[in-house]
Design a protein around this ligand. Structure first.
Ligand SMILES: C[S@@+](CC[C@H](N)C(=O)[O-])C[C@H]1O[C@@H](n2cnc3c(N)ncnc32)[C@H](O)[C@@H]1O
Length: 385
């Protein structure tokens, strides 16, 4: 009996505010799968092939969890029983290490460690009953990551195929104080409109470690974001089909193109531009981006740009103590500069401080709420006329 034929599909998680966009992306990646928004992401009724495709290609996903069981979770015993119903020997061997990630809380579980412990106990008891030995837990580099996700009085138990969050693309060697998460940068490019108009110039005048332009270059190259990932959660999983996975990798390699794009990135901080260049080099997109040290409040469209395009950025929001007062004149001046010199451009800005964006005195035409890590942010689109 093949593992995949017996399973109810998988859950793809993302940050709050990105679930609709993720659903759109998944409908293109897995056109035959049934999709539904679920707590924390999108539930996919699809096969293992579809799950692999999401691991390799999704720019918006965090984790891909192959569902093994769902059950009641009103009490600790019910969670234990739901985990005990899984035939764990079908999924990994007793000499593999594992860890349990538990997410969510309820009256019975106000501590995620306790939920993880119940699932761990059920797994260990399964193996012990079967052949008198038990697998070891490894919290740092486990062979298998089990995910338990609690929602109200139900628990979903699965194997984390992604092996950690997919937003970590492995190109970011270093960053400034407040780097954007890579999947949030990808979401900004999609929400700004540039992702469907890549022939237009794209510019980030406060680029920090370069996440936005690097993600843009990877999109334009059709480079699968998972291609550089060193570890996967399925490598030691008994349900893994290496042949199917390798076929997807080969397809992804041959899908890459050398795009004709205009990407500009600048920042006032020379050290950050050096870091951004290093990250772009690591991502294999250095040649596609022009980097400069420029003060955004004095910046006018570069001469090489012959038509208005997209200015997408994540300006400072006062991450350092006492910085907020310095930012007031910066935003006021930048707003003036944008109005005077950037007519015709589409501007998309992400900030956790909506008041700072108001200082630009620009009229936003669309606004989205989303999380960048623990920060609740607004992404505001403006059309400069
Ligand atoms: C929130 S960070 C951007 C982080 C970036 N998106 C990343 O992924 O690393 C804001 C950036 O704005 C830059 N900045 C602040 N004032 C500036 C100015 N006047 N002109 C250009 N850049 C500026 C800072 O140096 C910082 O790198």
């Amino acid at each position: 009996m093949s593992v995949s034929q017996t399973q109810p599909g998988f859950l793809v998680t993302t940050s709050r505010g990105l679930d609709e966009l993720l659903k759109q992306e998944l409908s293109e990646l897995c056109p035959d799968a049934e999709l539904a928004i679920a707590r924390g992401g999108v539930r996919v009724k699809g096969n293992l092939q579809a799950a692999y495709k999401v691991c390799l290609w999704s720019r918006l996903a965090n984790r891909v969890i192959w569902i093994l069981n769902e059950g009641n979770a009103g009490t600790a015993e019910e969670v234990y029983d739901s985990a005990r119903d899984v035939d764990w020997s079908l999924h990994f061997a007793v000499n593999n290490t594992f860890s349990v990630q538990f997410n969510g809380s309820s009256k019975a579980f106000n501590n995620t460690q306790f939920g993880a412990l119940k699932i761990k106990d059920a797994i260990v008891d399964h193996f012990y009953e079967e052949d008198g030995s038990r697998p070891n837990v490894d919290r740092d580099v486990p062979d298998i990551v089990i995910s338990g996700r609690l929602h109200r009085d139900k628990v979903l138990i699965g194997i984390e195929l992604s092996g950690g969050s997919l937003h970590q693309r492995a190109y970011r060697q270093d960053a400034g104080l407040a780097p954007l998460k890579e999947h949030v940068a990808a979401a900004m490019l999609m929400r700004s409109g540039w992702a469907t108009n890549m022939e237009k110039p794209l510019l980030d005048p406060m680029c920090g470690s370069g996440t936005l332009v690097i993600e843009a270059a990877l999109m334009a190259m059709h480079k699968a974001p998972g291609l550089g990932r060193p570890r996967w959660g399925f490598s030691k999983w008994l349900g893994h089909r290496e042949g199917d996975w390798q076929a997807l990798i080969e397809d992804a390699k041959s899908a890459q193109i050398q795009p004709d794009v205009t990407l500009f990135a600048s920042d006032i901080d020379r050290k950050l531009i050096a870091i951004a260049k290093q990250n772009a080099n690591e991502a294999g997109v250095f040649e596609l981006i022009e980097f400069n040290v420029i003060d955004a409040t004095k910046f006018t469209p570069p001469a090489a740009i012959t038509e208005p395009g997209y200015l997408v950025s994540n300006p400072p929001y006062g991450e350092r103590l006492g910085e907020l007062t310095e930012l007031i004149p910066l935003f006021a001046q930048w707003g003036e500069q944008l109005k005077q010199h950037w007519q015709g451009w589409q501007v998309s800005l992400l900030s956790s401080n909506r008041e700072l964006l108001r200082l630009l005195k620009l009229r936003g035409n669309k606004e989205y709420s989303l999380m960048n890590g623990k920060l609740e942010c607004k992404l505001v689109n403006y059309q400069l006329d």
